[in-house]
Design a protein around this ligand. Structure first.
Ligand code: H2B
Length: 114
Protein backbone atom coordinates (compact mmCIF):
# COMPACT_ATOMS: atom_id res chain seq x y z
CA UNK A 1 0.00 0.00 0.00
CA UNK A 2 1.30 3.47 -0.87
CA UNK A 3 2.31 5.54 2.13
CA UNK A 4 2.29 2.50 4.37
CA UNK A 5 5.24 3.70 6.44
CA UNK A 6 4.32 7.36 6.53
CA UNK A 7 3.06 8.88 9.73
CA UNK A 8 -0.69 9.24 9.87
CA UNK A 9 -1.86 12.83 10.24
CA UNK A 10 -4.97 14.89 9.80
CA UNK A 11 -8.15 13.42 8.39
CA UNK A 12 -6.51 10.18 7.28
CA UNK A 13 -5.37 9.63 10.86
CA UNK A 14 -8.81 10.31 12.32
CA UNK A 15 -10.45 8.02 9.77
CA UNK A 16 -7.97 5.25 10.54
CA UNK A 17 -8.44 5.57 14.30
CA UNK A 18 -12.20 5.43 13.88
CA UNK A 19 -11.83 1.86 12.57
CA UNK A 20 -10.22 0.68 15.84
CA UNK A 21 -12.39 2.24 18.58
CA UNK A 22 -10.96 -0.01 21.30
CA UNK A 23 -7.58 1.68 21.01
CA UNK A 24 -6.56 4.96 22.61
CA UNK A 25 -3.90 7.43 21.62
CA UNK A 26 -1.07 7.81 24.12
CA UNK A 27 -0.42 11.32 25.34
CA UNK A 28 3.32 10.87 25.84
CA UNK A 29 4.16 9.37 22.43
CA UNK A 30 2.74 9.03 18.96
CA UNK A 31 1.40 5.55 19.60
CA UNK A 32 -1.83 3.67 20.31
CA UNK A 33 -2.64 1.46 23.28
CA UNK A 34 -5.08 -1.26 24.23
CA UNK A 35 -5.35 -3.52 27.25
CA UNK A 36 -6.68 -7.00 26.50
CA UNK A 37 -8.03 -9.09 29.37
CA UNK A 38 -8.55 -12.79 28.78
CA UNK A 39 -10.02 -15.56 30.89
CA UNK A 40 -6.68 -16.95 31.98
CA UNK A 41 -2.99 -17.08 31.14
CA UNK A 42 -3.44 -19.78 28.52
CA UNK A 43 -5.82 -17.59 26.52
CA UNK A 44 -3.56 -14.57 26.90
CA UNK A 45 -0.46 -16.42 25.79
CA UNK A 46 -2.31 -18.14 22.96
CA UNK A 47 -3.28 -14.68 21.72
CA UNK A 48 0.33 -13.53 21.94
CA UNK A 49 1.57 -16.58 20.05
CA UNK A 50 -0.83 -15.97 17.18
CA UNK A 51 -0.05 -12.28 17.04
CA UNK A 52 3.68 -13.01 17.14
CA UNK A 53 3.48 -15.05 13.93
CA UNK A 54 1.69 -12.23 12.13
CA UNK A 55 4.05 -9.60 13.51
CA UNK A 56 7.09 -11.52 12.33
CA UNK A 57 5.58 -12.12 8.91
CA UNK A 58 4.89 -8.39 8.54
CA UNK A 59 8.17 -7.35 10.18
CA UNK A 60 6.11 -5.08 12.38
CA UNK A 61 6.23 -5.82 16.08
CA UNK A 62 4.19 -4.82 19.11
CA UNK A 63 5.46 -3.46 22.40
CA UNK A 64 3.59 -5.49 24.95
CA UNK A 65 3.43 -6.58 28.56
CA UNK A 66 1.80 -9.76 29.79
CA UNK A 67 0.78 -10.20 33.42
CA UNK A 68 -1.23 -13.38 33.96
CA UNK A 69 -4.38 -12.93 31.85
CA UNK A 70 -3.78 -9.35 30.73
CA UNK A 71 -1.83 -8.16 27.71
CA UNK A 72 -1.10 -4.45 27.45
CA UNK A 73 -0.15 -3.42 23.93
CA UNK A 74 1.45 -0.28 22.51
CA UNK A 75 1.76 0.09 18.74
CA UNK A 76 3.95 2.60 16.94
CA UNK A 77 6.18 2.48 13.88
CA UNK A 78 9.68 3.12 15.15
CA UNK A 79 11.17 3.65 11.72
CA UNK A 80 8.64 6.43 11.07
CA UNK A 81 8.72 7.87 14.57
CA UNK A 82 5.00 7.54 15.05
CA UNK A 83 1.70 6.01 14.07
CA UNK A 84 1.32 4.58 10.57
CA UNK A 85 -1.11 2.36 8.69
CA UNK A 86 1.01 -0.61 9.74
CA UNK A 87 -0.07 0.00 13.33
CA UNK A 88 -3.72 0.34 12.38
CA UNK A 89 -3.52 -2.94 10.46
CA UNK A 90 -1.82 -4.75 13.34
CA UNK A 91 -4.39 -3.37 15.79
CA UNK A 92 -7.18 -4.72 13.58
CA UNK A 93 -5.49 -8.12 13.44
CA UNK A 94 -5.09 -8.19 17.22
CA UNK A 95 -8.76 -7.33 17.74
CA UNK A 96 -9.73 -10.11 15.35
CA UNK A 97 -7.47 -12.67 17.02
CA UNK A 98 -8.70 -11.68 20.48
CA UNK A 99 -12.22 -12.24 19.16
CA UNK A 100 -11.30 -15.76 18.11
CA UNK A 101 -10.44 -16.55 21.72
CA UNK A 102 -14.04 -15.75 22.67
CA UNK A 103 -16.16 -16.74 19.66
CA UNK A 104 -19.38 -16.55 21.64
CA UNK A 105 -18.72 -13.23 23.32
CA UNK A 106 -20.38 -10.11 22.04
CA UNK A 107 -17.40 -7.83 22.61
CA UNK A 108 -14.93 -10.57 21.71
CA UNK A 109 -12.89 -10.47 24.89
CA UNK A 110 -13.11 -9.31 28.45
CA UNK A 111 -11.60 -5.94 27.77
CA UNK A 112 -11.57 -3.00 30.12
CA UNK A 113 -13.03 0.26 28.86
CA UNK A 114 -10.63 1.91 26.44
N1 H2B B 1 8.24 -2.85 14.43
C1 H2B B 1 7.69 -1.67 14.68
N2 H2B B 1 6.64 -1.58 15.51
N3 H2B B 1 8.17 -0.58 14.10
C2 H2B B 1 9.19 -0.60 13.26
O1 H2B B 1 9.61 0.45 12.76
C3 H2B B 1 9.81 -1.84 12.99
C4 H2B B 1 9.28 -2.98 13.63
N4 H2B B 1 10.82 -1.96 12.14
N5 H2B B 1 9.86 -4.19 13.44
C5 H2B B 1 11.35 -3.20 11.71
C6 H2B B 1 11.09 -4.33 12.71
C7 H2B B 1 12.84 -2.99 11.42
O2 H2B B 1 13.53 -2.65 12.59
C8 H2B B 1 13.47 -4.21 10.78
C9 H2B B 1 14.94 -3.98 10.58
O3 H2B B 1 12.85 -4.43 9.56
Amino acid sequence: MAGMAEKLTGEARQAALATIPGWTELMERDAIFRKFVFRDFSEAFGFMARVALIAEKRDHHPEWLNVYKTVEVTLSTHDAGGLTQKDIALAEAMDRIAGLEFPGEDSSFLGYPA
